[in-house]
Write a protein that binds this ligand. Structure first.
Ligand code: SIN
Length: 328
């Protein structure tokens, strides 16, 4: 049988990190080639044909809007090649949950796109990168992986790029998802899917169908006990949208409500999210009877920001953007 052809797009991160032999801390991310990580996976080139693209070599805290747009374009070009069966993106874990949601909304293919990384640098004892990369490649080459949106593979768990969230900065089982089920599991090279994403993604996403040159500027404002609303005025100077990280169900003080209403009248688009990991927030007749704010649904503030950045490239109509928050 013909071997599947998998493209690996390397962007950096701990999976390509190196430091003192054996140690898991005090290393530099994105310093070695993913080729070296591949070399430690037995038989991988017998199982699949691999093309390796070293796109960036950065710590994922250096990923920005422009790198996101370059990455989307790069993945789309690879996916357009008929002989490529799937794409793996190696990425730092710190911002993987943001990049995976951005790609989930913007890449225009049903071919499997899988992000993976590592918590331990390549030079650590029991580095987790090679096994994560092995499983990500096996997932990307699996026929059932088509059409499931951008996925992340970490510690034998298959996550939706929409829902994944980093929950540990010291364990190798470092990810989870908000309240809803993950997509499945892997045992070595075997793939077990248990659910299908229902939110719109990739080819079904309106954001994958139009060329995007620049993203809208959107900031995040944290509400906490005694927080001054002056931060909102400051952020409104350079942003078209602001995501509020409220308490509980996306709540904040009367003073914040008033300032948000004033800034909304001046054209700033607000989304209410929550500091609570498992929260669902819709437009709310009780807390916000004038529907000044949109609700983040069950997205984290960081993911809500991405959806608003993309939405504002299409429209400022709150009804349309609200529809995006319900469906993406
Ligand atoms: C990074 O996000 O690039 C550094 C941390 C990691 O990959 O675990």
């Amino acid at each position: 049988m013909k071997k599947k052809k998998i493209a690996i797009v390397a962007t950096g991160g701990t999976i390509a990190g190196s430091g003192a032999a054996g140690k898991t801390t005090n290393y530099e991310a994105g310093t070695i080639s993913v080729d070296e990580v591949l070399a430690s996976i037995p038989d991988i080139r017998d199982r699949v044909e691999i093309v390796l693209d070293n796109l960036f070599s950065v710590d994922s805290n250096e990923i920005d809007d422009q790198r996101w747009l370059i990455l989307t374009e790069h993945i789309n070009k690879l996916a357009d090649q008929q002989d490529i069966d799937g794409i793996v993106v190696t990425h730092g874990t710190d911002t993987m949950e943001e990049t995976s949601y951005f790609l989930n909304l913007t890449v225009n293919t049903l071919k499997p796109v899988v992000l993976t990384g590592a918590m331990r640098p390549a030079t650590a004892t029991s580095a987790d990168g090679p096994f994560n990369l092995f499983q990500a490649i096996m997932l990307a080459s699996h026929s059932e992986a088509w059409g499931r949106g951008v996925m992340c593979l970490f510690s034998s768990t298959i996550f939706s790029g929409r829902d994944i969230q980093k929950i540990s900065n010291y364990k190798i089982d470092a990810f989870d998802q908000r309240a809803f089920a993950n997509l499945g599991y892997m045992k070595d090279d075997e793939v077990y899917f248990s659910s299908q994403p229902l939110k719109r993604h990739t080819t079904y996403s309106v954001f994958s169908r139009k060329p995007i040159n620049d993203l809208a500027h959107v900031a995040i404002a944290d509400y906490y006990v005694g927080a001054s609303p002056d931060i909102l005025d400051f952020l409104a100077q350079n942003n078209e949208g602001i995501v509020i990280v409220g308490t509980g169900s996306g709540n904040y003080s009367k003073e914040w409500r008033q300032r948000i209403e004033e800034l909304s009248d001046q054209g700033i688009i607000f989304v209410r999210a929550s500091r609570v990991t498992n929260s669902i927030i819709f437009q709310d007749d009780y807390f916000d009877p004038k529907h000044v704010c949109l609700g983040a649904n069950n997205l984290s503030p960081y993911k809500a920001r991405i959806l608003l950045m993309l939405s504002l490239t299409i429209t400022k109509d709150k009804k349309v953007i609200n529809d995006y928050f319900l469906n993406y």
